[in-house]
Design a protein around this ligand. Structure first.
Ligand code: XIL
Length: 335
């Protein structure tokens, strides 16, 4: 049984980041994608600098390929991402000097993205990584200095108002990094969500990236109990949670890959115990195509090996999805 059919049975999305180039050139990349997943996230192709590099120019071929492929195969698309203060924002935006100019650029960008992808993108990561990478404070790029200390609220409000004007109704999400392991980031993320909700803004959910970059970037994995508690801190606000970018550095020996499989199983199962966690997306699916190689070397982070063979990590995730399906079945019998 594929991950996709297990996820369908469990009523959740199992997703992957996807890139346009192997989708064009490698039949087995496309085959594995459409067989194993029911949701996709463009790895880079829907980021601002790729989609809308100049104020009046949109370059959408790659993003369109991803959106059309998903549509043709009945898969959801998570739009990633409208705004990302750390990276992938064109200079003409970061060089705005007034709040009005920057928020006008934000509104134009939303208008174009919602218009182009109204039929295909079900949910957008409105702001990706609003916080500093490793500290519990807001990212301090030009967004903070130009728009002001409440910039995430201001930007989210413009996105929500633009969607309403267009009668578009994508789900609007925040996407955060390392809140699964750093408690000050978790606290700020919850505070931000509370502020958005208190302002009456339609925050649909919070994506937890869950890049497991141990030991190179973070000292240790979250325990399954801790991850479940972080997910609960989100869902207890009355909104959804998702795992949006999971990958995991491993020692590529057989024992290392078994250990990785165990961690994948335990962490994904712990997250999926929560009925308001609706999606688990991985940041790619084959070790042949992963951002990890460039940044951390050959670390076998994904569910399929370089030859598209399933690894223990795949079996771990399949077990976790089966577990969720069994929880759903038990609930249905009880009601
Ligand atoms: C990464 C891509 O995988 C790389 O190809 C690109 O060079 C940089 O961005 N968090 C995110 C993703 O939200 O958008 C990042 O994707 C990985 C970390």
């Amino acid at each position: 049984m594929s991950l996709r059919s297990l996820a369908d049975a469990a009523g959740v999305r199992v997703g992957t980041a996807v890139t346009a180039s192997p989708l064009r050139s490698e039949p087995r990349y496309r085959r594995t994608l459409v067989t194993e997943f029911n949701s996709v996230t463009a790895e880079n192709e829907m980021k601002w600098e790729r989609l809308h590099p100049d104020p009046d120019r949109w370059t959408t071929d790659d993003a369109d390929l991803i959106a059309t492929t998903a549509h043709d195969h009945g898969m959801d698309v998570r739009g990633h991402t409208l705004f990302w203060p750390h990276l992938a924002t064109p200079d003409w935006v970061t060089q705005c000097t007034t709040r009005t100019d920057m928020l006008t650029a934000v509104a134009d960008h939303c208008r174009g993205a919602f218009t182009r992808y109204g039929d295909t993108v079900a949910r957008w990561d409105v702001i990706n990584e609003p916080m500093h990478w490793l500290e519990g404070r807001l990212a301090d790029q030009s967004w903070l200095s130009v728009i002001g200390p409440a910039w995430p609220l201001d930007v989210f409000r413009v996105a929500a108002e633009t969607a309403a004007e267009l009668d578009a109704a994508p789900e609007l999400w925040l996407n955060v990094t390392h809140a699964d392991v750093l408690s000050d980031k978790q606290a700020l993320c919850i505070e931000l969500a509370q502020q958005l909700l208190a302002a009456g803004l339609p925050l649909h959910g919070i994506g937890l990236q869950t890049h497991c970059l141990v030991p190179d970037f973070i000292p240790e994995l979250p325990t399954p109990e801790h991850l479940a508690a972080v997910v609960r801190s989100v869902t207890s606000l009355g909104i959804e949670a998702a795992i949006t970018e999971m990958d995991m550095l491993a020692d590529p020996s057989p024992d290392g890959l078994d250990e990785q499989g165990t961690h994948y199983r335990e962490l994904v199962a712990a997250a999926l115990e929560n009925p308001r966690l609706t999606e688990v997306t991985f940041w790619g699916f084959t070790d042949a195509h992963t951002w990890i190689t460039e940044h951390f070397g050959q670390r076998a982070p994904l569910l399929f090996d370089e030859h598209y063979q399933p690894k223990p990590a795949y079996e771990g995730v399949a077990d976790a999805l089966r577990h969720r399906a069994s929880l759903v079945a038990t609930e249905e019998t009880a009601t």
